[in-house]
Design a protein. Structure first.
Length: 95
C-alpha cells in the first residue's frame, strides 16, 4: 500500500481478472498490519498502524461502489469494522 507502483500493478491485475472472467465485485479482507510478514518494510513511512489500513481501504475503494472491505482498527481489537462502499446493500440485488 505504500508503494504506488506495486498498488498500480496489483490493481491492474485485479481489473484484468475482472474483465477476463466477468467478475462484478471484490471483497477485500485482512487489511491490517497484523497480516503482513515480519520482514515487511514499507516504501514510505507509516504514521501509525492504522495508516496501512487506511491506504488499504483507499485502494479497495478505487474498484467502485460494489465492493466490500473488512479491516480492523487498533482502537477496536476485538471488533471487526465492516465497511460497505456501495450505496445499496447486496441483499437488495439478491431479491
Amino acid at each position: 500500500m505504500t508503494n504506488s507502483e506495486a498498488v498500480a500493478w496489483f490493481s491492474q491485475r485485479l481489473r484484468h481478472f475482472s474483465r477476463q472472467f466477468g467478475v462484478d465485485s471484490f471483497k477485500f479482507d485482512a487489511g491490517e498490519v497484523e497480516y503482513l510478514p515480519e520482514s515487511f518494510r514499507s516504501a514510505k513511512p507509516l504514521d501509525n498502524v492504522n495508516h496501512y489500513t487506511t491506504l488499504y481501504v483507499r485502494m479497495a475503494a478505487s474498484f467502485g461502489r460494489m465492493i466490500e472491505v473488512e479491516a480492523s482498527s487498533i482502537s477496536m481489537p476485538l471488533c471487526t469494522t465492516i465497511i460497505y462502499l456501495f450505496s445499496q446493500r447486496l441483499e437488495r440485488f439478491a431479491m
